[in-house]
Design a protein around this ligand. Structure first.
Ligand code: 5GP
Ligand code: ZN
Length: 105
């Protein structure tokens, strides 16, 4: 099982800040900004390239969740959302995740 599936199933610890039926979000262990949260679907999908038609709503749910989390963390005046795709795109963990970065001036 992949590391993010383990976090989703609570078999591995993480600082979870948001959870819904389909999505979980937790603080990045190696933050690259004052607020750095990873928004992760509970369903295992390797990369954005592995998305199917059925996943369109789920990925929309990830973005919508990020919007809510940004407001909760008071960074909604400006933040970055990013998907790394594949190793050439900087993706290390093979389970899709949306980086939510903010808190810089
Ligand atoms: P990627 O480079 O795949 O887009 O991003 C993976 C992110 O996951 C990295 O920013 C890395 O710091 C974070 N990460 C890796 N392993 C863990 C972990 O076990 N727990 C948490 N909370 N974050 C992790
Ligand atoms: Zn997984």
């Amino acid at each position: 099982m992949c590391i993010f599936c383990q976090i989703v199933k609570k078999e591995k610890g993480a600082d979870i800040v948001f959870e819904s039926e389909r999505v979980v979000a937790f603080r990045d262990i190696n933050p690259k900004a004052p607020t750095h949260i990873l928004v992760v679907p509970k369903k295992h999908i390797g990369t954005i390239n592995d998305m199917t038609e059925d996943d369109r709503e789920l990925v929309g749910d990830m973005v919508f969740s990020a919007k809510i989390i940004a407001k909760e963390h008071k960074i909604d005046d400006g933040y970055k959302l990013a998907f790394n795709v594949g190793s050439k795109g900087g993706q290390i963990i093979d389970h899709i995740h949306l980086h939510l970065l903010g808190g810089k001036n």
